[in-house]
Design a protein around this ligand. Sequence first.
Ligand code: COA
Length: 263
Amino acid sequence: MSSFREDLLRGQVALVTGGGSGIGAGIAAALAGHGARVAICGRTQAKLDAVAEGIVAAGGECLALAADVRRPEALAAVTAAIEARWGQLDVLVNGAAGNFLAPAAALSANGFGTVVDIDLKGTFNACKAALPLLERRGGVVINISATLHYAGTPLQAHAASAKAGIDALTRTLAVEWGPLQIRVNAIAPGPIAGTEGMERLAPGAIRERMTAQIPLRRFGTIAEIAEAVLFMVSPASAYMTGAVVVVDGGQWLTGTNFVGLFG
Ligand code: COA
C-alpha cells in the first residue's frame, strides 16, 4: 500500500537505470503505479522484460531497453528511444550498481575501477544523457547512494569510494542544474531485504547479527525505498535539492558499520 495518490505522476515520464531487478525494479513499478510512463535499462534484456511485463500487467506503460550505464552511447540510445516514444523525460532514477565484498589488499585496479565505472561514472553518464530532455521542462534526478562511506566499512573500499563520489556529484549537479529547474537528490538505503546487494553482502548467517545492530530492528523493504522516491519526485519535496536522504532504520548512526561481522 502506497501513501501517495495513484495519479501522483500522471503525464510524467521516468527512466530507471538498474530497473531490471531489486531496488530499481521496485522503484520502476512504484513510479508506474502512480501514473508515470517508465523506461528501464540494465544489462540483461530478459530481466528487464520480466519487470516490464509486470508493470504492463498492472496497467502501466514500460519500455525495457538493454543498456550498460558504463557506455554513454548506449544511454544516448535509451534517451533517444524515450524521446521517440513519449517525447519527454521528467524523472531519472540512477539505480544501477555493482558490488562485492573484497578487502582492498585483494582488490585489483580493475576490480576497484569496475565498481566506480558502474556506480559513479554510470550515474554521471545517465545524468548527462538525460539532461537534454530534462532541461526542456525541468525535472528530478534521484541517485541511489549508500551509507558505506560515512564511516570506514571494511571490504567496501571500491563501493564506498564510488558512493561518496555519487554524493558529491549530487550536490554539484544540484547547484549547476538548479537554475534549469532540475532537482538532484540522493537516497542512501541501509540494509534492504530481497535485493541482490544484500544476498551478496550479507550472507545468511550474518543477517541476524546485522538486524540486532539496526535501531529499528529489521531490514528495510524495497517498497520503503520506493516510497522515499515518490516523496522526492512529488511536489511535497519541491524545494529540496542537493539532499542525501538516509533510509536505513538508523543503522549507520550506531557507528557499527557491521565491522567484525564478516569474520
Ligand atoms: N572480489 C574481488 N574482485 C572481484 C570480485 C570479487 N568478489 N568480483 C569481481 N572482481 C573483479 C574481477 O576480478 C575483475 O578484475 P580483474 O580483471 O583484475 O580480475 C573486475 O572485478 C571486473 O570483474 P568482471 O566480472 O569482469 O566485471 P563485470 O562487469 O562482469 O561485473 C561486477 C561487474 C564485478 C560488479 C559484478 O559483481 C556484477 O555484475 N554485479 C552486478 C550486480 C550487483 O553487484 N548488484 C549488487 C548491487 S549492490
